[in-house]
Design a protein around this ligand. Structure first.
Ligand code: HEM
Length: 106
């Protein structure tokens, strides 16, 4: 199983906007119907320990294997999800992508 973490550094004044948009729109453009798609989590950053600020939202997507993930990146659903990004000023930096293979699960 593959886990892909797409990380979004968001300006604190737009954290609420981003969270609302993510809850309403992410995963609604064909993602969940992709072959090999298992699940998506949207993670909202929380300050912990106190004073340790975090402004990075994460979308985790879980895939059966590399092939199903690769197909998703070439799909209409992927294209649709990236067509109309939020305003530039919502972002504190460019989104990044990290990919992992799950080697143990409990
Ligand atoms: C292989 C690389 C990438 C993966 C796997 C990925 C994954 C995702 C996923 C799963 C979503 C939510 C999709 C949905 O709504 O169904 C999303 C949305 C988004 N991605 Fe990516 N992404 C990638 C590359 C990028 C890059 C390079 C950027 C920007 C430079 C980017 C910017 C965004 C933005 C701004 C959204 C939110 C769109 C919206 O607000 O409607 N992504 N991405």
């Amino acid at each position: 199983m593959i886990v892909v973490m797409t990380k979004f550094p968001i300006n604190p004044e737009h954290a609420k906007d981003f969270a609302e948009r993510a809850k309403k729109e992410f995963g609604e453009k064909g993602l969940t119907g992709q072959e090999g798609f298992i699940k998506m989590n949207i993670l909202e950053p929380k300050e912990f320990p106190p004073g340790n600020k975090n402004n990075v939202f994460i979308i985790e997507t879980y895939w059966k294997d590399m092939e199903s993930f690769r197909k998703y990146t070439e799909s209409k659903a992927f294209e649709e999800a990236h067509k109309n990004p939020p305003p530039k000023e919502w972002f504190a930096g460019r989104p990044t992508v990290e990919l992992y293979e799950v080697i143990k699960e409990k």
